[in-house]
Design a protein around this ligand. Structure first.
Ligand code: T4K
Length: 391
C-alpha cells in the first residue's frame, strides 16, 4: 500500500491506485467451505435438490428461532418474497412506501399493478417519516410497507398506529435487518410480516434467497402454498401461486453462514468503529450511528457528506473509485427518479425533499469480512487528503 499523504498521492491526480484489487461494499461473507462441501455431498447423495427439502426446513427453523418468530417461509430471493407477501396480504390500489430504498421495494408493487405511493423520510434516521406517511393516505390506500433501512428499525409503533387508525395492512421490508432488534424486540415480529433478503451482497447470504417471517399461522400457510404454485399435496392445487422456492444448495450456504454470523457481526462492528475513528473530525463528514442498546448487524457503513464538506459527494465517489474502492451511492437517486416511476409520477419529488437531500449525500463504504483495520485507515486517508487539499 502506497502512503497517501498529499494530493499527488491520489489516483484521481495520476498516481497508481491505492488498492490493486477492488474493495466492494457487497463482498459476500462466507462461512466454512469444508462444511458447505460436505452439505453439497449430502444433497447429491439424497438427490433431493429443491421443493421443500430438508436443508430448507433446517434453515427455516433456525432463522425463525434467531428472530423469535413462529414462521419463516424461505424463498428464492427477497424480491419474490416481497411479491408473495404483498399478494398474500391482499394489498391492492395504492401502497405507501419509501422512495429511499432499493428499487425492488417499489417494483414488487408495480409488478402486481399496485401503485407505490412514495412517502418522505426523516433525514436523521433515513427511515419513513410517519407524518409524511399520513399525508399520502387516500381512499385507495390499502397498506404501508415500512423499511428498516441499513438494519436500523423503522418507527414501528407510529406506523402501526397509522395502519390501525385507517384500517391499513402494515408489513416491513427487512432486507437489511437480519439479526437486528428494535426497542429490544427482534425484527420479524412487527407488522403482519417482514421480508428478509439473503442476496450474496447481504450480511447473511444464501447466494440468492430471501424469506418472509411472521407470527400469523394463516398467512404463513398461504405463502407456503403460493411459493409452490398453490400445491397442497400431489395433483392438488388449491391456490394461485408461482415458483418462489428456495433450492437446497442455497439453504446449505445459509446453514454454514448462520454458523458464522456472530463472527461476521463482530468484524462488521469493529470495522464500523474503525471507520468512525479514522473519519473523526473531517469537515462535513459524518457516519450514521447504530443504537448500541439494540442488536445490530452493522452491514452498512453509511457516510454522509454535509454542506460543510469542501468537496462534493460525487467527487469523493470518483476519487474512491479511482483508488479501486468501489463505494456506492445507495439509494440514489431514489425510486421516484427511476423508471417507470419517473415517467408515471413526474412530480413525486416535490413531496420528497428529505429523500432527495439524503440520496445526494450518502456514500456507502466497503465493510465485511474481507476488510480490515489497515484497509479502513487507507480508505479514510484518501478521503482526508481529498478534503485537505480543497480550499
Ligand atoms: N429490499 C431492499 C431494501 C433491498 O436492499 C433489496 C436488495 C431487496 C429488497 C431485494 O432483495 P433481493 O431480491 O436482492 O434478495 C445489490 C443487491 O443485488 C441487492 O440484493 C441489494 N438489495 C442491493 C442493496 O445491493 P446492486 O445493484 O448494488 O448489486 P451489484 O451487483 O452492483 O453488487 C454490489 C457490490 O457487491 C458490487 O460492488 C459487487 C459486489 N459483489 C456482488 C456480488 C453479486 C461481490 O463482490 N460478489 C457478488 O457475488 O444491488
Amino acid at each position: 500500500m502506497k502512503p497517501i499523504l498529499k494530493s499527488q498521492d491520489l489516483a484521481i491526480n495520476g498516481a497508481p491506485p491505492a488498492f490493486e484489487q477492488q474493495l466492494h461494499v457487497g463482498r459476500p461473507n462466507i462461512g466454512s467451505r469444508e462444511v458447505f462441501m460436505k452439505y453439497v455431498d449430502d444433497i447429491f447423495e439424497r438427490r433431493w435438490l429443491t421443493n421443500d427439502g430438508p436443508m430448507v426446513h433446517q434453515l427455516e427453523q433456525r432463522v425463525a428461532e434467531l428472530h423469535g418468530v413462529k414462521h419463516c417461509v424461505a424463498m428464492c430471493n427477497g424480491t419474490v418474497a416481497l411479491e408473495i407477501a404483498i399478494r398474500a396480504l391482499g394489498l391492492e390500489g395504492e401502497v405507501i412506501v419509501p422512495s429511499y430504498t432499493f428499487i425492488a421495494t417499489a417494483h414488487a408493487l408495480h409488478w402486481q399493478a399496485i401503485t407505490p405511493v412514495f412517502a418522505d423520510i426523516d433525514p436523521a434516521t433515513h427511515n419513513l417519516d410517519p407524518v409524511a406517511v399520513r399525508r399520502m393516505i387516500t381512499p385507495r390506500t390499502t397498506g404501508i410497507i415500512g423499511l428498516h433501512l441499513w438494519g436500523r428499525g423503522a418507527p414501528v409503533d407510529e406506523l402501526q398506529a397509522i395502519a390501525d387508525e385507517h384500517g391499513l395492512k402494515l408489513m416491513f421490508d427487512a432486507a437489511h435487518a437480519f439479526g437486528c432488534s428494535y426497542k429490544g424486540k427482534m425484527i420479524g415480529n412487527f407488522g403482519a410480516c417482514e421480508v428478509l433478503s439473503f442476496h450474496a451482497t447481504k450480511f447473511f447470504n444464501t447466494f440468492e434467497g430471501g424469506a418472509v417471517v411472521t407470527n400469523d399461522d394463516e398467512l404463513a400457510e398461504t405463502m407456503r402454498l403460493m411459493r409452490n404454485f398453490g400445491f397442497a399435496g400431489l395433483d392438488n392445487v388449491i391456490h394461485p401461486g408461482i415458483n418462489g422456492k428456495m433450492i437446497e444448495i442455497a439453504a446449505a450456504m445459509g446453514l454454514v453462514n448462520l454458523d458464522a454470523i456472530d463472527d461476521v457481526i463482530a468484524v462488521n462492528g469493529r470495522n464500523h468503529q474503525a471507520y468512525r475513528e479514522a473519519l473523526f473530525g473531517l469537515p462535513g463528514i459524518s457516519l450514521l450511528a447504530f443504537d448500541e442498546s439494540e442488536r445490530n448487524n452493522y452491514q452498512y457503513v453509511v457516510m454522509e457528506v454535509g454542506e460543510y464538506c469542501p468537496v462534493s459527494r460525487d467527487h469523493i465517489i470518483k476519487a474512491l473509485h479511482a483508488e479501486n474502492i468501489r463505494a456506492r451511492k445507495y439509494f440514489w437517486p431514489g425510486c421516484h427518479n427511476m423508471q417507470p416511476y419517473r415517467e408515471l409520477y413526474p412530480h413525486a419529488g416535490l413531496l420528497l425533499p428529505n429523500t432527495e437531500k439524503v440520496a445526494a449525500s450518502v456514500v456507502v463504504l466497503p465493510t465485511g469480512t474481507t476488510m480490515n483495520d489497515a484497509m479502513i485507515k487507507d480508505v479514510a486517508a484518501v478521503i482526508r487528503v481529498l478534503l485537505k487539499d480543497r480550499p
